[in-house]
Write a protein that binds this ligand. Sequence first.
Ligand code: ATP
Ligand code: MG
Length: 366
Amino acid sequence: MNKSSMAQGDEGEERWHHGINPSFQEADFFIFGKLINNMQKKRVLSGIRATGRLHLGNYLGAVKGMLALQNDPDYETYYMVADLHSINTPYEPKELAKQTREVILDYLAAGIDPQKSTIFIQSQISEHVELSYLFSTVISVARTFHLPTYKEKVKLQPENVNMALLYYPILMAADILIYKANAVPVGDDQLPHLEIAREVTRKMNSKYGLDFPEPEQFKTKGHKIPSLLGEGKMSKSVEGSYINLTDDLKTIKEKLAKVPTDEGKGDKVPTRGGVATLLSLVDLFEGEKRKEEYEKAYLNSGIHYKDLKEKLAEVIHEELVPIQKKRSFFEKDMNKVDRILVEGAEKARKTAKTTLAEVRKAMGIA
Ligand code: ATP
Ligand code: MG
């Protein structure tokens, strides 16, 4: 986007806010200018399943990227709670609405700002589901069967291999493309799904002459946070794998204390297992230099894990305190949270309807 036109737009906004009433023609011009700006902005979509409170993996791998793009004037950001994706694994219907609100509270607490981002609940925009059905016509069954994300779930929950699980990437493609999003702040675990969205883009564009952008991951430094258990990634649905954004210092200390370690020294710094998880968290919260010091210690005098864990717990907690304070503020005003969701849904629906109408027309659906 042209930065100088952006600045002019901002000045116009300033005048509105300061109550200097521009003439009708000037206002018209201003609104038109703003429209052009919005049309040229790149779009962003991201979402989190309503399967529990957010953890450090969600925060570092997704939310930090969401914040960076929200605060960049070149982007228009859409952030949802993916409640429809939450029901492809076993869940408690009575708890779903509450779980959805938990994610919204975590978003707001972490700094997702309704003034800057459109915040909404996925299922409230039913156009996502309709678009996903249209998209399902261009992706083969074999393609979805071979996704590592699907295969993992089949292995983990053989008793719950449902159609929605297979359909996950198609619905995710619709989540992204219904907003014509270019950038998707998600962790590495979502890359195979993103690849499906890119394929959908290419196929829909070439078959039906549409203009979907090929969405790309917006990668953060913490794009792949390992589990506290020392195997796999930190996940809401894997007990013992995570530290929540709402955890107090005592809880963080207890969780870190359980991370499996070794004797603290050896010929090669581990790249897997609990020690690797700890070093990765040190890198992210205390900096690369501190991590290198521990790595040197591992090869020489040895690491004293109790001290490492104590210090790490304190630094993590320090970063979480402001988020927790902000969360308690929103928890006391759920009416405000509901208002944010109503406004967010209205805005998201408008964009979603426009895209769906375009696709229906291009596919010959009256
Ligand atoms: P669940 O176990 O219910 O699937 P989850 O912890 O995997 O929960 P999701 O809601 O699936 O969380 O993912 C939300 C976002 O957080 C996605 O962008 C995902 O890529 C990111 N994310 C999840 N876990 C990690 C992780 N360990 N490291 C980095 N990013 C992550
Ligand atoms: Mg997940």
